[in-house]
Design a protein around this ligand. Structure first.
Ligand code: CTP
Ligand code: MG
Length: 224
């Protein structure tokens, strides 16, 4: 199986309030983007594609494990499509990952690869069960409390059979999706979840960044 990892670094990180895209900021002394690049290198994927903002070289020295660079799109979904377009011919499986999640578990990715290998699914995402009470609002009014036990939150990496997923992305490119699994599901692909971790949070705000720094400096990562 030929595996390509597409790591997304095409966003501007507006919500952090930093003066440069977060993926190029140093976290614990090295660029955030490199955490993901090195994990996929350690996993032994065949190719690593980085989707990067146009002016990335103002901020970032490209990690040597990266084989190919694709240009960012206006949205995450368009960035994913740009990454898929440069995957080498013969790619069987593609892994889509947000560089804003440095602490993902390679165990979860291996499990997903195993399930795809058994041809039980077309796509899988790391996910965690919701832990807060959920409430649904319409026009400012509470309309219900969805059963929490039935709700999971997806993370990345998300892992797919390349051709099926690429075709789904082309077919549904006019619609908007917040992740890749939801797009795949809408296209009729067989979708599933594998166990993620609460540590695999997405660094979105400055507070998330500070928490990531704390986690690293306290050495609390043995179980990742
Ligand atoms: N991303 C991307 N291309 C875009 C937008 C986002 O590749 N046009 C990537 C980001 O680099 C990030 C991931 O998608 O790794 C998740 O997006 P998010 O956390 O929203 O990051 P940003 O879009 O950079 O942040 P913000 O929304 O605060 O500007
Ligand atoms: Mg964004």
């Amino acid at each position: 199986m030929k595996i390509t990892a597409v790591i997304l670094g095409g966003g501007r990180g507006e919500r952090t309030g930093f003066n440069r895209p977060k993926q190029f900021m140093n976290l614990g002394g090295r660029p955030l983007f490199d955490y993901s690049a090195e994990k996929f290198q350690a996993l032994g994927v065949n190719t690593i594609v980085a989707v990067l903002v146009e002016d990335y070289d103002r901020y970032y020295r490209v990690h040597p494990a990266i084989n190919q660079i694709a240009p960012a799109g206006l949205t995450r979904q368009q960035s994913v499509l740009n990454g898929l377009k440069v995957c080498p011919p013969g790619t069987d499986i593609v892994i889509i990952h947000d560089s804003a999640r440095p602490f993902f578990s390679t165990t979860g990715v291996k499990k997903a690869l195993d399930l795809l290998g058994q041809n039980r699914y077309d796509g899988l995402a790391l996910a965690i069960p919701a832990t807060d009470t959920l409430v649904e609002i319409k026009e400012g009014k509470i309309v219900g409390f969805p059963e929490r036990g039935a709700i999971y939150q997806t993370q990345t990496p998300q892992i797919f059979f390349y051709e099926k997923f690429f075709n789904a992305c082309l077919k549904l490119q006019e619609l908007n999706f917040t992740d890749d699994l939801s797009l795949a599901f809408s296209a009729g692909l067989r979708c599933g979840l594998v166990e993620g971790s609460r540590l695999n949070f997405k660094i979105t705000t400055e507070l998330d960044w500070l928490m990531a720094e704390k986690i690293l400096s306290s050495g609390g990562l043995e179980f990742v």
